[in-house]
Design a protein around this ligand. Structure first.
Ligand SMILES: Cc1cc2nc3c(=O)[nH]c(=O)nc-3n(C[C@H](O)[C@H](O)[C@H](O)COP(=O)(O)OP(=O)(O)OC[C@H]3O[C@@H](n4cnc5c(N)ncnc54)[C@H](O)[C@@H]3O)c2cc1C
Length: 698
């Protein structure tokens, strides 16, 4: 049984290098208007040197373990979302015109990838306004998808896309690869054919087009997703051969994406899922109260963190879903209910960021000089805070604590567990762009991805036996024999030994599983009879005097504009997230209401009782045992790569957010890991097919 608790209480109290001339502009209607061409109709393309990829409860009704609360109402109409473009940006206003306006706040990390690319001196200003503009723009599109501008990814190297690394062929390949990505991204509802890609490239580069197209197609960088033409497409990967069969364990995003991709590649696929629903840590609950008030609440993965290049953004476009930009405004309230002074707020935010920068500089020198030393990020930050005398008075200290809580939320763990050396190792890869919500919740993606897939629910996999002959997956009294298996269960399940492997996983992998962190974030979703907090903001926070409770309901997300009803979600991070799991849901909701009343009553705003509330319990969920991965002290980004390694000479593969070094702890990271493993499975299947063909020939 899943461990989230729904509560419905009866009582009323209740988160570069020169290249050949490659492309033929005339043949590319999407490009010709914007791009000057030379006399033979071909564009002179070169790529500027740049490195964007540097180092690099109460009437308890438990179901899936949520608990629930009911009460009376006033209804209020919701602001309609404008969606002329994909991302809608509602007018931001100060929620209380009498008080100073709150400032922008970053949700998770400090860096913005896209900003860095645009600011890169390797893209001289004049080039952006010249013939190279299109190339730059294609390069930026490719970079937003995760490709370096002047080098190959490890995947590309492994796929032998060029004969010599670092030469002119590579430079030309990169231009072609970027062009194909940009071409498909300009219309993601289309199936981009090889011939279409070739139309805009000089014929002499056909081989490069063939190579780049094949690589991008098989690795799920183009022609993926849920557009009708894409769903219907079938690749003939096993023409004339018996297609291998694959059992996918887990129907979360990674498993669903991989299964779809494998099916389209021609594999025979079966998905085994322990729960009675798809989506795993993406879970949308329909909440409803009297008077027809209802809303869709994401109690797991919610925000598309960075829309540029985000594959979920592609799905949204294909499904015609507008995205709602999470507005960069987050008022913070003191325990008295007063808004934090804007000056003090800015000062502490700046000091906090400066301390983080100092920690980064310190670790740089530590890593260079001592190599293997690591300490908890929390310890380093506290030491620096004391040394620099930051946040010494009460209000400043509360603000500082709020930022610490925000970091604990982003990493789903206490700062005392985070590796100072590597906690932000994925920062350079961060998807740029706005953070967005999907109207109606993320189950829209999940259901669309799961549609028509052979998913067998209620099958809890207990063990996986693998050898040179194949794999047997055991679930209860059932056995599933297959050529290959893909395990996508969460790191929390692997840590607990939820699945037995026979033979045991290699020591190196077992150690990485133990080293890598897996933390907790919980949510209280509350559906109110009406919106009392205002339609102008998507987030607000509250400070606490007691440092030890800094993560308790420290941040509120308003889903009024996207969920279909007046929905507030309170986040519980750090220490508080652990304690929250043992608190009665009724007490939790009472506590949140106390906080909300503390903020709004002094303003003369009545906070009604929610018509329904729901408390997550991700730590007790036996199909997850937590929320998402983080880099623990003693671990590093390499552990994500080790977790991703297949075992048994290409028999058992691994996907899921905790196998994605570049994009861990995210929905898109899970998605991309599924694509990655589908490509790996195809590569191994082909290798095996050619080995057995040559054995037969002997
Ligand atoms: C509270 C919370 C908030 C989050 N917020 C965000 C956010 O705002 N933005 C963002 O991008 N990401 C967020 N995430 C992270 C994101 O949801 C996950 O990274 C992503 O959904 C993981 O997908 P996955 O496929 O790797 O794993 P899962 O979704 O966990 O899928 C694994 C599947 O395996 C199944 N399974 C487990 N054990 C077995 C077994 N023995 N047999 C059979 N099946 C089994 C599970 O039931 C599950 O369906 C959040 C996560 C949580 C919990």
């Amino acid at each position: 049984m899943e461990q989230n608790q729904e509560i419905r209480p009866e009582s009323p109290e209740n988160p570069k290098m020169a290249t050949d001339n490659l492309t033929n502009a005339q043949a590319s209607p999407t490009k010709e208007a914007a791009t000057p061409s030379n006399t033979d109709g071909k564009i002179d393309k070169d790529v500027a040197a740049a490195d964007p990829n540097p180092t690099p409860a109460a009437k308890l009704q438990p179901s899936e373990s949520d608990e629930e609360v009911d009460l009376p109402s006033i209804s209020e109409s919701l602001g309609e979302e404008e969606s002329s473009d994909l991302v809608t940006e509602p007018q931001s206003q100060n929620p209380n015109p009498l008080e100073p306006g709150p400032r922008a706040r970053k949700r998770r990390r400090r860096k913005r990838f896209f900003t860095e690319i645009n600011a890169n001196p390797a893209f001289p200003r004049n080039r952006r306004n010249s013939v190279g503009k299109e190339l730059d723009s294609e390069a930026i599109t490719a970079m937003s998808v995760g490709f370096p501008v002047n080098s190959l990814t490890e995947e590309e190297i492994e796929a032998n896309v060029v004969s010599i690394i670092g030469g002119k062929e590579q430079a030309n390949y990169i231009v072609v690869r970027n062009h194909i990505i940009a071409l498909w991204r300009s219309n993601v509802s289309n199936w981009l054919t090889r011939d279409h890609a070739l139309e805009s490239i000089r014929l002499e580069h056909k081989t490069l087009v063939d190579t780049a197209y094949k690589f991008l197609l098989e690795h799920g960088y183009i022609n993926f997703g849920l557009a009708p033409v894409i769903k219907e497409a079938k690749l003939r990967s096993f023409d004339g051969l018996e297609p291998p069969n694959v059992v996918v364990v887990g129907a979360g995003l990674a498993g669903l994406v991989a299964a779809r991709q494998l099916l389209s590649m021609g594999f025979r696929v079966l998905v085994l899922e322990g729960r009675d629903r798809p989506g795993g840590r993406v879970k949308t609950r329909k909440m409803r109260g009297g008077d027809g008030v209802e809303a869709m609440a994401d109690v797991g993965g919610s925000v598309l963190t960075g829309i540029n290049g985000n594959p979920l953004g592609v799905l949204a476009r294909q499904l015609g879903l507008p995205l709602h930009k999470v507005r960069d405004i987050c008022p913070l309230y003191l325990p008295s209910g007063e808004l934090v002074d804007v000056g003090v707020d800015s000062k502490i935010e700046a000091s906090f960021n400066k301390l983080l920068d100092r920690v980064c500089k310190l670790r740089q020198s530590m890593i260079e000089e001592i190599k293997s030393v690591d300490v908890p990020l929390g310890e380093a930050l506290e030491t620096f805070r004391l040394v620099y005398g930051v946040a010494e008075d009460q209000e400043e200290r509360m603000l500082f604590d709020w930022h610490l809580a925000n970091l604990e939320y982003a990493n789903a763990t206490l700062l005392g567990n985070l590796s100072m050396a590597y906690w932000d190792q994925d920062d350079p890869y961060e998807m740029g762009g706005d953070h967005c919500f999907i109207p109606g919740g993320n189950e829209t993606f999940v259901h669309a991805l799961a549609e028509n897939l052979p998913v067998f629910y209620g099958n809890v996999v207990e063990s996986i036996r693998y050898g040179s002959d194949g794999v047997v997956v055991y679930a209860g009294d059932k056995e599933f024999s297959c050529d290959m298996a893909l395990c996508t269960v969460p790191l929390g399940v692997l840590k607990k030994g939820g699945i037995g492997f026979v033979p045991e996983l290699p020591e190196k992998k077992k150690e990485a599983i133990q080293r890598l962190g897996y933390g907790l974030l919980n949510k209280v979703a509350m559906l109110f009879p009406y919106n009392f907090w205002g339609e102008e903001i998507d987030t607000f926070g509250r400070l606490t005097e007691d440092s030890s409770t800094r993560g308790e309901f420290f941040l509120f997300y308003s889903y009024s504009s996207v969920s279909g009803g007046p929905l507030l979600v309170a986040l519980v991070a750090g220490d508080a997230a652990e304690r929250f799991e043992t608190m009665s849901p009724t007490d939790s909701v009472k506590r949140v209401l106390q906080i909300l009343r503390g903020i709004y009553h002094p303003k003369g705003i009545v906070v009604p009782d929610p018509v329904q509330a729901l408390c997550s319990r991700w730590g007790q969920d036996k199909f997850s045992y937590g929320s998402y991965s983080y880099v623990a002290v003693g671990s590093s980004g390499d552990d994500y790569d080790i977790l991703a390694e297949s075992v048994g000479d290409g028999r058992v593969f691994f996907a899921g957010e905790a196998t994605n070094k570049q994009y861990p702890a995210t929905m898109h990271g899970a998605f991309l890991s599924g694509m990655r493993e589908a490509a790996n499975i195809l590569r191994v299947a082909r290798r095996r097919a050619s080995e057995s063909a040559s054995n037969l020939a002997k």
